[in-house]
Design a protein. Structure first.
Lengths: 243, 102
């Protein structure tokens, strides 16, 4: 509860003493950053949309993302749904850490933060597996093994040999790999930096930094960042996997 | 609502449940409804479901529901510039598509 957050004083407005919008300087600055980051991701995803609209054919996600590590089965989107659930769960543990921080329960904050770190790391591990699999299939920045079948609608996976005879002009959706790797990679790098920041802040919580400061606002700020990363994933999941 | 109201364990748990259910529904519709509904309707449905998830994440997890109205306004209005951007670039993309393939 925000009312229970211990008030803190700084000298002068420019050092964060006054609270525009009733939110602290730090939180507003984090929102500033997130708004600008939303535009960065926005331009990436909009470029993806624009380029996809120029094509007359696009790989079917049900064919491209159809494998699950360890199983020899055709299960479209199963693995990426698992990744989505990991991220949602880590968002939940993050918000619980913030909640416990408001009540000043240091121990609970540490446990929820560690759970969040674990979720973030698990997500990155899954992404590494997914990328490795796609690269093995022949997807790269400059080639796309997922090509239209004879009916022109379905997706077939071409072998390296079959791909070598396709000219750049013949290859359909040649920028699929660039868009996929750059956008999910940019999101992954956000998750990675989020995990690192979470680890640093967890160490501070353990060390009692925020207890001495009288509030756990830093946990709240990294929480905003973490939820934003989850939010971006909602849209990456939408445009690359669902539609 | 600004002021003393904040998220409770119950409201947080509710949002977690909503997000999980929407994700399951998305996956289920991908399996079942994708070929039935046709591309346009299916895509619209997915976009609406994703925006719903977005709304819940920003509102509850990112605490926006409990911030002052002015702050909500100022952040969201800035973001809505993206809608113009989406429209104009997709328009451009489909124009190129027409030039190349029709």
């Amino acid at each position: 509860m925000s009312a229970e957050l211990v008030e803190f004083e700084h000298e002068g407005s420019w050092k964060g003493g006054s609270k525009p919008f009733g939110a602290s300087y730090g939180k507003i600055m984090m929102w500033f950053f997130l708004v600008s980051d939303a535009f960065t991701f926005g331009t990436f995803l909009i470029a993806y949309g624009g380029l996809r609209f120029t094509q007359d054919w696009w790989p079917d996600p049900a064919e491209v993302f159809s494998s699950f590590p360890g199983f020899d089965a055709h299960v479209p989107l199963a693995f990426v749904t698992l990744m989505t659930f990991i991220l949602i769960a880590s968002s939940y543990t993050m918000v619980m850490a913030v909640y416990e921080g408001h009540h000043g329960n240091r121990k609970s904050v540490v446990w929820w933060m560690l759970a969040t770190v674990l979720g973030g790391a698990a997500f990155l591990g899954c992404q590494a597996i997914e990328w490795t699999h796609l690269i093995h299939q022949g997807l790269s920045l400059f080639s796309n093994p997922f090509q239209p079948g004879s009916d022109g609608i379905s997706t077939v996976v071409k072998t390296a040999e079959e791909m070598s005879v396709l000219s750049v002009v013949d290859m359909k959706a040649i920028n699929f790999g660039q868009l996929f790797f750059v956008i999910t990679g940019f999101h992954g790098s956000h998750v990675l930096s989020g995990v690192i920041i979470l680890i640093v802040i967890t160490a501070n919580v353990v060390g009692g930094t925020y207890e001495r400061r009288g509030h756990y606002e830093m946990v709240e700020k990294v929480g905003l960042y973490w939820h934003f990363v989850d939010l971006v994933w909602v849209f990456v999941f939408l445009v690359f996997y669902l539609i | 609502m600004a002021g003393d109201h904040g998220p409770t364990k119950k409201s947080i748990g509710k949002v977690l449940a909503v997000l999980a259910v929407i994700t399951v529904l998305e996956l289920a519709s991908f399996y079942v409804l994708r070929d039935v509904l046709g591309k346009a309707l299916f895509n619209t449905m997915m976009i609406i479901m994703s925006l719903l998830k977005c709304f819940y994440i920003v509102g509850e997890f990112m605490h926006m529901k409990y911030e002052r109205k002015q702050f909500v306004f100022y952040t969201i209005v800035t973001i809505t510039l993206l809608f113009w951007f989406i429209g104009s670039i997709l328009w451009e993309g489909s124009w190129w598509n027409g030039v190349r393939f029709n």
